[in-house]
Design a protein around this ligand. Structure first.
Ligand SMILES: Cc1ncc(COP(=O)(O)O)c(C=O)c1O
Length: 314
């Protein structure tokens, strides 16, 4: 790939087969969004959010941008804002992983901590309050901005169809809902029988980057009509499958990938999907930003999952 600048290098990520983990009669594939320039699926979203605002004449060198984020969107925005001279502030839960904070510091991002106990809903609340009180700050707001699902409708979805035209189902974690909505719409336009499954944490269970809709905030960009199922997953299952992806397929992914994989393994079942189906799991990021959380440390997985729930709430 030759790209004229970083923005042009976003997307076109590999779709990789999982021969060791595919249940008999099914073919699993993982779309490795960690291969984007800043290491996550949110590069696609940041690019679309900024391009929309630029087209509307809302951004100039020196403009101030504010966004609530569990980290990945902040890092993606930071990298894409730097060359244009936009100043970025991110509202993030105060206990988010140290790698995220260090990366944002590198890009001179102003980090505004929100209460850990309120999770990502607290970051959303605070960002809205700050933006309401300061009309000069631009709030792209990935949770409510149609450019978020459009990034997936126009790029992630078409890439999956290009590489695997007979894909029967896609599984993705539910954060803002942008991936599920955009990819889901595109796949169903191509084949109305295609299925879309959301991996959603159990109520009160914490999986980095994902949210349970019953916890009080349904992102406006989420179109639940494209979903064929919201399937619950606990943090132990997410961690277990993240590790199996490494040990059995060699793929080092973030924890929400394990959550989506756990759901994919459950839907590979004749009651949900015909035998022979090809199923794509969207992997939002690689594992690098989670190393300090202890998620990959040796030891008892149940204890690690329990301690992650206490320390990483974003
Ligand atoms: C690590 C991780 N996994 C999953 C998601 C969910 O993706 P989406 O916001 O498109 O629902 C996000 C982002 O919110 C994320 O950062």
């Amino acid at each position: 790939m030759l790209a004229r600048d970083l923005r042009a290098a976003v997307g076109d990520t590999p779709l990789v087969g999982l021969p060791a983990l595919s249940p008999p009669g099914y073919e699993l594939y993982v779309k490795l969004e960690g291969h984007n320039p800043t290491g996550s699926v949110k590069d696609r979203v940041a690019k679309y959010l900024l391009e929309d605002a630029e087209r509307a004449g809302l951004l100039h060198p020196g403009s101030r941008i504010l966004e609530p984020t569990s980290g990945n969107t902040g890092i993606a925005l930071a990298a894409l804002c730097a060359p244009r001279g936009y100043k970025l502030s991110c509202v993030m839960p105060e206990n988010t992983s140290v790698e995220r904070r260090r990366l944002l510091e590198l890009y001179s991002v102003d980090i505004i901590p929100s209460p850990a106990a309120e999770g990502s809903n607290g970051a959303v609340r605070m960002a809205r309050e700050i933006a309401d009180a300061d009309p000069d700050v631009y709030l792209p707001f990935q949770y409510g901005n149609a450019a978020n699902p459009r990034a997936h409708y126009e790029t992630t979805g078409p890439e999956i169809l290009r590489d695997l035209p007979d894909v029967a189902a896609v599984v993705a974690g539910l954060g803002t809902g942008g991936t599920l909505t955009g990819v889901g719409r595109r796949l169903k336009e191509h084949d109305p029988a295609a299925k879309v499954f959301a991996a959603e944490p159990e109520y009160g269970e914490l999986v980095y980057g994902l949210r349970n809709l019953d916890e009080g905030f349904v992102p406006p960009v989420l179109d639940t009509s494209v979903l064929d199922g919201r399937i619950k997953v606990d943090s132990l299952a997410a961690l277990t499958e993240t590790r199996r992806l490494a040990t059995e397929e060699g793929i080092f992914a973030g924890i929400s990938t394990g959550a989506a994989l756990a759901v994919a393994l459950r839907v590979c079942n004749p009651r949900r999907l015909a035998e022979g189906s090809k199923v794509v799991v969207v992997s939002p990021d690689g594992g690098w930003k989670y190393l300090s959380t202890g998620a990959y440390a040796a030891g008892n997985l149940e204890q690690i999952a329990a301690s992650l729930a206490e320390t990483v709430w974003a």
